[in-house]
Design a protein around this ligand. Sequence first.
Ligand SMILES: *[C@@H]1O[C@H](CO)[C@@H](O)[C@H](O)[C@H]1NC(C)=O
Ligand SMILES: *[C@@H]1O[C@H](CO)[C@@H](O)[C@H](O)[C@H]1NC(C)=O
Ligand SMILES: *[C@@H]1O[C@H](CO)[C@@H](O)[C@H](O)[C@H]1NC(C)=O
Length: 418
Amino acid sequence: MQVIRIILVLLLCRAVEFVKIKNGSHGNRMRDCGKKCLKKRSTHVKRFDQFLSTICSESLHENEKIMDCQDKQLITIPPNLPRDAVHLQLAGNKIHRLKALMFSTLKNLKSLDLQRNAIAYIEEGAFEGLDELSTLLLQHNQLQFMSEEVFMPIPKLKYLRIYGNPWNCNCKLDQMIRKLQIPGQRNLGNLAKCEAPKYFAGHKLKTINVSMLCQDENNDERPLPIQNTADSTKCDIYLFPKSRIDCQNKGLMKVPIDIPVEVMEIDLSKNKIRQLNAKNFMNFNELETLNLSSNAIGYINPAAFAGLLRLKELDLSSNVLHNFEYGVLEHLYFIEKLVLTGNPWRCDFQIHYLAYWLQVHYNVQFEGLECTMPNEYKGWTVQRYIKKYYEDCPKEKTIVDFDTYDSDKSEEESRRLP
Ligand SMILES: *[C@@H]1O[C@H](CO)[C@@H](O)[C@H](O)[C@H]1NC(C)=O
Ligand SMILES: *[C@@H]1O[C@H](CO)[C@@H](O)[C@H](O)[C@H]1NC(C)=O
Ligand SMILES: *[C@@H]1O[C@H](CO)[C@@H](O)[C@H](O)[C@H]1NC(C)=O
C-alpha cells in the first residue's frame, strides 16, 4: 500500500512536470504533488538557472531588463528566458530557422536582436505573442523570402532591419515588399536590397516598382527599376547602451541619406566627405554627438546643421576648413563642445563669424582654432588675431558694433542687472 502511494506520488510529479515543460509556465498545480516534488523541481530550476546564467547575462537599462545572449554559438533560443525581459540580444549566433511560437512567453519584449545569425526561414507564427515588440533586427542573415503574415502578430513594429540578406525579389515577395512601401513606414526595411533576380539585383526593396514583381521575368524590355545611391548599408548600428551608428572608415563621399533618424550618435569619421549640404542632418532630433573628423570637408552650407536640436558635441577636426560661413552655427542651441583641430583656418575677416560666435557662446568648449594662414599670423590663436585686428583699427569695427550680436548682448546685460 505504502509502496503504491509512493509510486503514485512520483507519477503525479512526472505528469505535472511534463505539463509544465509543455506549457512552459509556472502554474500552481505544483501544490498537488507535495514536498518531494517541490524539492526536485527547485534543484532542477537551480541547475537550469545556472546553465542559463552562463549563456546569457542579464542587466538593467532604465529599469528594463536586457538579456544579452550574443555570440554564443546558439542554434535556438535558451529556454526559460525571464518573462520580464524587455530586450533580447541574440546577435551573432547560429540560429537557422525561427519557429512558430518561439518567443511567445516573452510578452514584454520591445526589442529583439537577431542580426548576424544564419536565419533562412521564418515560420508564420514566429513572432506570435510579441504584442509589445517595436524593434526587430534581422540584418545579416540568409533570408531570401519572408511572408508578410510574419508581421501580423506584431502591430507595434516600428523599426525593422533586414538588409544584408539575399532577398529574392520575385512574385512571392510581392506582398512583403508592398508592406514595406506603405507610405509613412519610415523605418521598416530601409536598406534591404534584392540579390535576385538579375533584373532587380542591387535595387532596394523599398523603392523598386512593385507592379513589375509579378510580370514576366524573362522580359528584358522592362524599364529599369528605381535606384538610390548614397546609403549606410556598410555602417554598424548599435542600440545599447545608446543608439549609435558607426560609419567610420567606410569610404563614404557623402553623408548617407538613410541613417535612422532616432540615433543619438553618428560617427562619420575617416571618410571622404567633401562638403556638408543644407539639411544633411534634418530630423535627427535625438542626435547628441556628430563625428565628422578626418574627412575632406572644405565647405559647410549655413543650413547643414539645421534640425540638430539636441547636438552637444561636434567633431570637425582634420578637415580642410578655412572658416565658417555666416549662419552655420545658428542651429546648434545645445552645443557644448566643438573640436576644430587640424583645419587650415585662415585668419582674415571671414573668420570673424566663428570667433564672435564662440565669444558670445562662452559656455561652449572648443579646441584647435589656430591660424595657419596668412603667413603673418601663422601659429597664432584666432583670438589673438582678432584682438590684434581691433587694436589696429579701434574705431569702426568694435565688438559692440557687430550688429548680429546686439540681441544676445543686451540679453546678457539685462541678465546681469540686479
Ligand atoms: C497551461 O497552464 C494554464 C494555467 O497557467 C492552464 O490553464 C492550462 O490548462 C495549461 N495547459 C496545458 C496544456 O496543460
Ligand atoms: C511600374 O511598372 C508598371 C508596369 O510595368 C508601369 O506601368 C508603371 O509606369 C511603373 N511605375 C513607375 C513609377 O515606374
Ligand atoms: C571622432 O573620431 C575620431 C577618429 O575616429 C576619434 O579619434 C575622436 O575621438 C572622435 N571624436 C569624438 C568627439 O568622439
